[in-house]
Design a protein around this ligand. Structure first.
Ligand SMILES: Cc1cc2nc3c(=O)[nH]c(=O)nc-3n(C[C@H](O)[C@H](O)[C@H](O)COP(=O)(O)O)c2cc1C
Length: 339
């Protein structure tokens, strides 16, 4: 029985963010009471990337569990790894509501959440409490009140806070919902960011006797020249991985008329091709030197396979999971296992 098919129509009657919060609470409760054992899990298929062992190559993308409050429930849905965050050093409210919109005709979402989260201290407590033994990535960002010139200081402080509990740290330079954040993907801003974080990681690696991989998460709204420049900087600094991609500002070919002009990042099916172009261009530059983790519009097992064929080592789901639930995770793992 597919439990999610029963629950989804009820959740979709509620405003998107209310349904999101209720879903996370329910998952958390289900994990605590053991009900999640009813969800059938995909067979594991250990994949080693960046020196980490992933139970399977299908992960949860950042932003769904920003505070790490439902890690065990989400793990029970079959994910091989879970990326929590984006977390900022201090708690912040994010943008005014409504800020999350469903576009069911397009199997898409538009969000302008703006890094609503409870801060690093709360996240670290939640990760320590979780029983999940798989890979946990922590996605970090800057507080809204920190200027873009001082952004590297916030990222550095977040890195310090989460280092002890993270299997990898993803540096989010690509949310469209924090003013000017995407500027950090380019030129000297990117170099200052990477140098600061790598220096800090060297200190932390000595303190914790563990080298935590650092990944950069990029936008889909980049041209080929920008991808070349970013790739060359990532290679120069020896970054351990790249997550491609975040949500897009693009709005072409959407069926939905109610929300398509809402400000924010578009995710789900309409992002698939754009995101794939970025993966191909990245792979052409990086080869096998820096692993690519692919996110963006995976709504079927074939989509996950396509991303791997384009050069990704791992994939992540968000919007497809909202529309299809754990079944999509299982289907994707099965398809990637059969490769
Ligand atoms: C509601 C929502 C919130 C998100 N929040 C974050 C975030 O905090 N940090 C981040 O790096 N990506 C965030 N993302 C982007 C996703 O992690 C993912 O990169 C993107 O949605 C593309 O994947 P998808 O098409 O499977 O959803 C968010 C996406 C959605 C839909």
């Amino acid at each position: 029985m597919n439990i999610y098919n029963l629950i989804r129509p009820l959740l979709f009657k509620l405003p998107a963010e209310t349904a999101h919060n209720l879903g996370l609470c329910a998952l958390n409760l289900a994990a605590k009471t053991g009900i999640t054992s009813l969800i059938s899990k995909p067979k594991s298929a250990i994949t080693e990337v960046m020196g980490l062992k992933f139970t399977n190559p299908v992960g949860l993308a950042a932003g769904l569990d920003k505070n790490g409050c439902a890690i065990d429930g989400l793990a029970a849905c079959g994910f091989g790894f879970i990326e929590v965050g984006t977390v900022t050093p201090k708690a912040q409210n994010g943008n005014p509501k409504p800020r999350l919109f469903r576009l069911p005709e397009d199997e898409a979402l538009i969000n302008r959440m703006g890094f609503n989260n409870l801060g690093t201290t709360n996240l670290v407590t939640n990760i320590k409490r979780a029983k999940f033994h798989g890979v946990i990535g922590v996605n970090i960002g800057k507080n809204l009140t920190t200027s873009i010139e001082n952004a590297h200081l916030d990222y550095c402080s977040a890195l310090k806070d989460v280092y002890g509990v993270a299997d990898y740290v993803a540096v989010n330079l690509s949310s469209p919902n924090t003013p000017d954040l995407r500027h950090l993907q380019f030129g000297d801003e990117l170099k200052i960011m990477l140098q600061t974080l790598l220096n800090e990681r060297e200190n932390l690696a000595n303190i914790h006797a563990r080298n935590v991989p650092l990944l950069i998460k990029i936008a889909p709204d980049l041209n080929e020249n920008e991808i070349k420049q970013i790739s060359s900087t990532l290679l120069e600094f020896g970054i351990n991985g790249v997550i491609a991609t975040n949500t897009t500002l693009e709005r072409s070919n959407l069926q939905n008329t109610s929300y398509r002009n809402e400000t924010g990042g578009l995710s789900g099916k309409p992002l698939f091709n754009l995101s794939n172009q970025i993966i191909s261009q990245l792979h052409a530059q990086l080869g096998n030197k820096i692993p690519i983790i692919a996110a963006g519009g995976i709504v079927s097992a074939d989509d996950a396979l396509t991303k791997i064929k384009l050069g990704a080592k791992l994939v992540q789901l968000y919007t497809g999971f909202i529309y299809q639930g754990p079944n999509l995770v299982r289907e994707c793992v099965k398809a990637l296992n059969l490769r």
